[in-house]
Design a protein around this ligand. Structure first.
Ligand SMILES: NC(=O)c1ccc[n+]([C@@H]2O[C@H](COP(=O)([O-])OP(=O)(O)OC[C@H]3O[C@@H](n4cnc5c(N)ncnc54)[C@H](OP(=O)(O)O)[C@@H]3O)[C@@H](O)[C@H]2O)c1
Length: 237
């Protein structure tokens, strides 16, 4: 191992965008701490799998402790684990609320606190969260108030932490996707979901990975909400 080899924590890494991020960071020779509830051990010695519910503080504590034991440092954190539920506002249940707040908000808070503490000791780091362009462009046909409530909070805290850590060498950014071809959106929904973008098509996982990796190497970019959404954020269509 090179002393220079960097280490990234990726949450929600078992499938979809998270699994693609693991490959993208490995291609850049990062060592990866990959977490999700169902994550399996990897044959790659540079990938440490830490299973657990990201909404629980003990999972966050384990990710950081075991990651430091194995790799000795934490350079980046990608808050990718997330859930999405579309339904009319007054039909959300207490379980829906707890689930969305647990994964999207508590799942950001616990791991980001612990990773940031290590980054502060190190004097460098990068935190990037995956939000959604529904925050800035909610749609009549896709009611998703809990996505706005939770992911909107992530956009806001991205800017707040970018300021708080601006003198500590830690950058804080977000990627705001449109609707992406992942297991979250089964193939039979793709034709309808394509129409929800000005460009008339859905995004690919690679589009989000490329955006995260751009932010990773963009040393003068912090507090940015980078929209990767086929034009959704720009206006109406
Ligand atoms: N796909 C889209 O169209 C789209 C659009 C906008 C934003 N996003 C955001 O992009 C991110 C990734 O989405 P995706 O489409 O790749 O989703 P996905 O295919 O449904 O994958 C979600 C990942 O999160 C993990 N996860 C879910 N609940 C968890 C929990 N309680 N604790 C730990 N891990 C948990 C899942 O693994 P386990 O089941 O193993 O826990 C899985 O690895 C999410 O934050 C999502 O909100 C996606």
């Amino acid at each position: 191992m090179s002393a220079e080899q960097k280490v990234v924590i990726i949450t929600g890494a078992s499938q979809g965008i998270g699994a693609a991020l693991v490959r993208g960071y490995r291609d850049r020779n990062y060592r990866v701490i990959a977490s999700s509830r169902s994550i399996k051990p990897s044959a790659d010695p540079d990938i440490l799998a830490v299973p657990g519910d990201i909404g629980k503080p003990e999972t966050a504590e384990r990710i950081v402790r075991e990651g430091l034991q194995r790799f000795g440092r934490i350079d980046s954190l990608v808050n990718n684990a997330g859930v999405f539920l579309s339904k009319p506002f007054i039909e959300f249940t207490q379980e829906d609320y707890d689930y969305n707040m647990g994964v999207n908000v508590a799942g950001f808070f616990h791991i980001t606190q612990r990773a940031a503490a290590e980054m502060l000791k190190q004097g460098s780091g990068h935190i990037v969260s995956i939000t959604t362009s529904l925050v800035s462009q909610p749609m009549v046909g896709l009611p998703a108030a809990l996505a706005s409530l939770t992911k909107g909070g992530l956009n806001a805290v991205t800017q707040a932490l970018a300021m708080e850590f601006s003198k500590n060498g830690i950058r804080v950014n977000a990627v705001s996707p449109g609707i992406i071809k992942t297991p979250m959106n089964p193939p039979e929904t793709h034709a309808a979901l394509s129409t929800l973008h000005p460009v008339g098509r859905m995004g690919e996982m690679r589009d989000i990975v490329d955006a995260v990796l751009y932010l990773e190497s963009a040393g003068f970019v912090t507090g940015e909400i980078l929209h990767v959404d086929g034009g959704q954020n720009a206006g109406r269509w």
